[in-house]
Design a protein around this ligand. Structure first.
Ligand code: ZN
Length: 342
């Protein structure tokens, strides 16, 4: 299997013919991290999970460049279903600059750019282990949860910190990018042998179509439907792996866009969808009170019963969940956890 090539506790870069030009370019300017990067962290000693939590399995899907108004414009069936059955706002906001790596860093660390300092957005300026802040993966794993992240752009490599993720993968190259189909095939393969408590999936097609043809163009719309189908596939995989009703999902985006770009404070760039669905979720639209991308990090930890991250700026979006959330007992999952190869 694809991930079997990465030994335990090792970081593997794989350089194929497709990325050789980029490698030459990158080595010319001294950047690191040229090949696809797969990491597998050494197993941690067993520790009991928090006694109570809303759920033991949290999935976060980030659809790169998804504008909230695209969901209705292109009648994205899965996203519309998640909104119908879940809790959502289509007026959540991302940070300034509304760019992929700064925004995802805020999404995953619960911190604004002033505090995380990640203002770069390309591979050339990225150092492989440079985003050294607590994030949803490190905090969850420190508390006994297993974590996995599937990134579809090379620029995410700084978030692939060994010891914070049981498994992670990201493409290499100058503007390395994997399609939703490629990423989802890898997720499916991985889930055959693992049962991560935190699973993050980043899908890049929508942003790529926006840059190529323009946001809200027919090509962009087709990419939205591709991402929508990938999310539907993930729902099926998760239901088989965790059991229906035994996981909680958040679907959001790092930024929107207009014309053929994004990055500004324009509402079309900074407004993002935020949809919660699954275990513990209360059905209905959230009021328009501001949900920030930084709240995603706090919400993930809150769902897992981890609430002590008081220095994070983001706050859990508690109104999206039942007032008396289901409190999962510890014994059930600790039994299944021992079967988890991760
Ligand atoms: Zn972009």
């Amino acid at each position: 299997m694809f991930y079997g090539r990465a030994a335990r506790g090792r970081v593997f870069h794989r350089v194929g013919p497709v990325v050789r030009t980029s490698v030459l370019l990158l080595s010319a300017i001294g950047a690191s991290g040229c090949g696809a990067r797969y990491i597998r962290s050494p197993a941690l000693p067993f520790q009991p999970l928090p006694v109570t939590s809303v759920t033991r399995h949290v999935l976060v899907v980030s659809v790169d460049g998804l504008r909230p108004d695209a969901i209705a414009t292109y009648s994205a069936p899965t996203l519309q279903r998640l909104m119908r059955e879940g809790s959502y706002t289509l007026s959540a906001t991302t940070i300034d600059p509304s760019k992929t790596l700064p925004s995802h860093t805020s999404m995953l660390t619960g911190q604004p750019p002033e505090r995380h300092g990640v203002l770069w957005n390309n591979v050339a300026t990225a150092d492989a282990d440079s985003i050294d802040l607590p994030n949803i993966f490190s905090v969850a794993r420190d508390h006994g949860y297993s974590t996995a992240a599937f990134f579809s752009k090379a620029k995410f490599q700084p978030l692939q910190r060994l010891g914070t993720l049981d498994y992670s993968q990201a493409p290499g190259g100058w503007f390395g990018r994997w399609s939703s189909n490629r990423t989802m095939a890898d997720v499916a393969s991985y889930l055959q042998g693992a049962r991560p408590n935190v699973l993050f999936v980043h899908l890049a097609d929508v942003d790529a179509a926006g840059h190529r043809a323009g946001w809200m163009t027919p090509e962009y719309g087709r990419a939205v439907l591709t991402a929508d189908a990938a999310i539907n596939q993930l729902l099926g995989l998760a239901a088989r792996k965790y059991g229906a009703g035994n996981f909680s999902l958040i679907v959001t985006a790092d930024h929107g866009g207009h014309g053929t770009d994004h990055g500004s404070k324009d509402p079309r760039d900074v407004t993002i969808p935020w949809i919660a669905w699954g275990q513990g979720v209360r059905r209905g639209a959230l009021d328009q009170s501001a949900v920030s991308t930084m709240d995603t990090a706090a919400t993930v930890l809150w769902l897992l019963g981890l609430t002590e991250q008081s220095d994070w700026v983001g706050e859990a979006v508690i109104p999206a969940y039942e007032p008396s959330p289901l409190q999962v007992a510890d014994g059930v999952e600790s039994a299944s956890r021992s079967d988890n190869p991760n």
